[in-house]
Design a protein around this ligand. Structure first.
Ligand SMILES: [Zn+2]
Length: 253
């Protein structure tokens, strides 16, 4: 996929993400060049992928997903919305207990590029506190809603919170409307997967949960392992630097 096409996909993803609050009208609309869409390049020799699930926990769907992941001994990363952590802390506790990673996905899912710095800070800090209250430690990762974040924001967020900003490089497109069939979600993942992939899914979409058993089975048949994002980054750090011209391993941002 060309970098232009990838940029367009993420721009579309951003455009379609639902924000639960109106944008701050005093903030100027960023130009495309000002937006930094980090695709999080990960190069690893191992056939490992990171499944990521955003926007939960969902009281019905997330426990079902956790049962499926446990049956396959697969680890995943959950980018949780703080207001949902407050409502369903026992599900977040289960995610952590079963070896999954928990990341910060803001308090109510606004686009960070529409917010003043203090509002971004409040979104992240409230969610950080909620996660810490449930799992006993602070998250290490952040994913901005819609994948939209200014480089400037990414830098101060890292300085203040210590978060790595994690986007994705394989999009299941489970967020489109009308919701795609589970088979379509599965197919999009299988057609684009590669060692080191960070796969975007949502544990708030019923079709996604239905797709996950087939995704896991088919990737297992191809000898893929399912690891958390920090584990994938550790494996990447341990892998030799890719040779120049190795397009699979290059940054796609
Ligand atoms: Zn989201």
């Amino acid at each position: 996929m060309s970098s232009l096409r990838q940029w367009l996909c993420l721009a579309l993803a951003t455009a379609f993400q639902i924000s639960s609050a109106p944008p701050d009208q005093s903030t100027p609309t960023p130009t495309a060049a000002e937006l930094r869409f980090k695709f999080t390049p990960v190069h690893t020799e191992r056939r490992c992928v990171a499944l990521t699930f955003d926007d939960g926990p969902d009281p019905a769907l997330t426990p079902r997903l956790l049962d499926i992941l446990a049956a396959h001994r697969a680890k995943a990363t959950f980018f949780v919305v703080g207001s949902n952590v407050e409502k369903y802390p026992q599900i977040v506790a289960r995610e952590q207990r079963e070896g999954h990673e928990i990341g910060n996905h803001t308090w109510w899912h606004p686009r960070l590029v529409d917010l003043a710095d203090n509002d971004v800070r409040e979104q992240l800090a409230k969610t950080d506190t909620a996660i810490r209250g449930v799992v006993g430690s602070r998250p290490k990762l952040m994913r901005p809603p819609g994948g939209a974040v200014f480089a400037r924001q990414e830098n101060w967020i890292r300085a203040e919170f210590g978060y790595a900003t994690i986007l994705w490089d394989v999009d299941s497109f489970d967020w489109v409307r009308p919701p795609p069939a589970p088979e379509a979600v599965c197919e999009r993942i299988l057609n684009n997967v590669h060692p080191g992939a960070i796969i975007l899914c949502h544990d708030t979409r019923p079709g996604t949960i239905e797709a996950v058993p087939a995704v896991l089975s088919q990737l297992e048949a191809k000898h893929f392992e399912f690891v958390t994002v920090p584990e994938l980054l550790r494996l990447a750090a341990a892998s030799p630097t890719p040779a120049p011209g190795d397009t699979k391993a290059k940054s796609k941002s």
